[in-house]
Design a protein around this ligand. Structure first.
Ligand SMILES: [Zn+2]
Length: 161
């Protein structure tokens, strides 16, 4: 009997992948045939390291290149998410420009909502731009998020592994 291919498996709603596994040409969100391949550099930090070192932990993070598929619709969602992320990042700059143009009118208002709106846009954008996020990692496997239809289409990871 052939062993089932468990290089990609479903594990409690997430995807468990062997390092370097080939992801199928299907959308990781909705499981429709994929039309776009995306190369994603998954970052992963132990939560303790993240809390201890904050931003400096970025220099210690483990990166795994994952190449997965997306359908045209979810590729568009991802692109819009990336734009939202950029918008959130450049919002302080845009608000500063408005402040220069209109120092007493709408400028101060724009500048005041930036600390609130910027992070919200960045968070929403980041969630959309990265449908696959690394949530755990071991020597052999990584665990990532994915859409439920895709995750459930994979064979189940044996609980003893
Ligand atoms: Zn899709």
């Amino acid at each position: 009997m052939n062993e089932p291919d468990l290089s990609l498996a479903e594990d409690r709603g997430n995807v468990r992948a062997i390092h370097g596994a080939r992801w199928p040409d299907r959308c990781v969100v909705c499981d429709e045939p994929g039309t776009v391949r995306v190369r994603h550099r998954g970052r992963y930090n132990e939560r303790g390291v993240l809390l201890l070192l904050g931003i400096w932990s970025l220099f210690l993070d483990k990166r795994d290149v994952i190449e997965f598929g997306l359908c045209a619709q979810h590729a568009a969602v991802r692109r819009r998410g990336a734009w939202l992320l950029v918008l959130g990042l450049t919002l302080p700059l845009l608000a500063s420009l408005v402040l220069v143009v209109s120092p007493t009118g709408i400028g101060p208002c724009c500048f005041c909502v930036t600390p609130l709106l910027g992070p919200v846009l960045m968070y929403v954008g980041w969630r959309r731009a990265a449908p696959v996020r690394v949530v755990a990692r071991s020597e052999k496997h990584i665990w990532t998020t994915a859409g439920a239809p895709f995750a459930l289409s994979l064979p189940q990871a044996p609980p003893w592994e």
